[in-house]
Design a protein. Sequence first.
Lengths: 393, 393
Amino acid sequence: MKYKFSQKMTELKPSAIREIFKNLGQPGAIAFSAGNPAPESFPVEFISEASADIFAHDACSALQYSVTEGYVPLREAVTARLRDKFSTGGEGDTTLIVSGGQQGIELTAKVMCDEGDTVIAENPSFIGALNSFRSLGLKLAGVPLEDDGMNLNALEDALKTNPRAKLIYTIPTFHNPVGVTTSLEKRRGIYALAKKYGAVIIEDNPYGELRLSGEDVPTIKSMDTDGIVVYCGSFSKILSAGMRVGFLSAPSDIATKIVVAKQVEDVHTNIFFQMIAHRFMTQFDMDAHIEKIRALYRYKCGLMLDTMARELPGDVRWIKPQGGLFLWCTLPDRLDAGKFVADAAAEKVFVVPGSAFQCDQSLPTKAFRLNYSTPTDDDIVRGIKILGSIARM
Amino acid sequence: MKYKFSQKMTELKPSAIREIFKNLGQPGAIAFSAGNPAPESFPVEFISEASADIFAHDACSALQYSVTEGYVPLREAVTARLRDKFSTGGEGDTTLIVSGGQQGIELTAKVMCDEGDTVIAENPSFIGALNSFRSLGLKLAGVPLEDDGMNLNALEDALKTNPRAKLIYTIPTFHNPVGVTTSLEKRRGIYALAKKYGAVIIEDNPYGELRLSGEDVPTIKSMDTDGIVVYCGSFSKILSAGMRVGFLSAPSDIATKIVVAKQVEDVHTNIFFQMIAHRFMTQFDMDAHIEKIRALYRYKCGLMLDTMARELPGDVRWIKPQGGLFLWCTLPDRLDAGKFVADAAAEKVFVVPGSAFQCDQSLPTKAFRLNYSTPTDDDIVRGIKILGSIARM
């Protein structure tokens, strides 16, 4: 049968990253393409013990239906940490638990936007968020991303020329895929422009705890005296990605709508891992654990950067991030990015072409993304050497 | 700030059932309003042991990102059971794991329907599904539900008069809220009409394993030689509701689109509980466990029916179901359903008014829904007595 799919889904292609994943099964493959946390970053012993304790003493609560808003003790712990550590979330905000940061983004767009509305995003940006906007029939307006964040003039132009621009989507801290961190000045600028033009900001911050160097910059949400910022966070990079637990802090009226939208998507986030996350925050030295992950990624990022400096030709450029999981590289004009990515894949080294992250995916780019948290140290060295030899051809 | 929400969410109200839940915390409350499985139905010891084993031997797989389609061994086990036990799913179908049956319904509607399209549903029907359609900006056309399923003439009328009718949503087995099971003849009729008018059927079957009496009727999906049925199932009622693991069997082209839509909602369903569900299906006597749940609900349903026969006035009517979790009662003309539900709540007995399940919620009904799986035996007897005294007033 020939199906007639919804217009929004007809236009949506599977993520290029997923297509690459399909080739990762082969022996000897080196995955610089994932965004996976390092397996060493999971506190397995703690989770195992907490799990045994939950099933021994609170099994029925862990296995029964629960409320859509999330496990109350976890919501309270997240609220406290956001407030105490990031000055984020205030009296007018509500913390909700969602099934990963991805769901927080998608739900916010669902409650704020009708089909045909526009979301303004950094260009390039996180493909999962861009695709969630596309899946809702929304248009994307990309704003060039500079070393210190969005170009504010281009942001204002986009707000002016798109009267149906309802949302500004930004990853101000350790941007995926580019790795840059938006400056305090530009954060203030983004906030002021959103307020001026009546847009709501989605501040996506899944990597915020993974600072490798430099000083924290206040979140945009911490400036939110007008109730226009939805802050999305996640446990995926600090506890477990597979458990699918994230959170958001939203102005309470928006949160109320998000709860209704979440209820009809998955009723609630699996309650057992909400209980695990709560214990992680309150009965475990979460900060020491995060410090260990930071040290691990600081080392892996440094190893990759050092190897790149040694092995890649001088006309390949990249940005040194202060945190997160990714390195963004730009090829010189003499190299075709599509061919480079394909040649690397033929040598079993998988990187993500920059086109995947474009608001307009038909536009060519010279860039590609590398991940340093997933591969082993040996694979980092071996894979970068292979990329170097391809780039010199 | 005054927010401008999306049109579809502006119109969507929180579930009436949830509003009732808010009052359940008070001491002595009797919840006939839930759809929760009995706590005794969770195989806690098995889950606890399986959990310890997974964290001891396969922790990294259980905690890392996984693929959107679902854990392959679980997909295979579900495919095999659907085929062997229900003759459901064939060569042209793909089994996917979703975050509860609810997500399967919502995703199917998202990929098949544009805003303004129509979903035809039994009237009354499951509020979670109806609200998921509403959340996507879809219109609902209700078809009267009779003792043996939808009125087929009304179904054909709805298909004729709604040229944008893309989906028929049906719960043919142990309907929620009404409890009736659609006859084989009517299943064939629904299938034939869907085919004739080019609509896709969502066959929602979360209760199918919970038969208390009578013989299984073939699923509509088992007749699907044309690739027009998406079958949604769930582990919520036989293993754990809180773990949020369901599945669907869809024609492969539709499944491919559902995967893309799921990826942008929650990336994948939490992988740990997919592993638990797989072990439940392959390393545990699942059928014996389901038989225990059936015996429990057979007893509880019988206790509620017996008490109703004794305690409710003769002009209150109800339907005896062959399975599932619910009893559907209709009040006589002399009683106002809204007042009855409110009077019961004042006595701390919570039932769901029939209006909650209507495609057009503004229409009055004389009905209310009772659940027998959640309350204790004592509460069943005490609560029905209270309802009887109110109904006699």
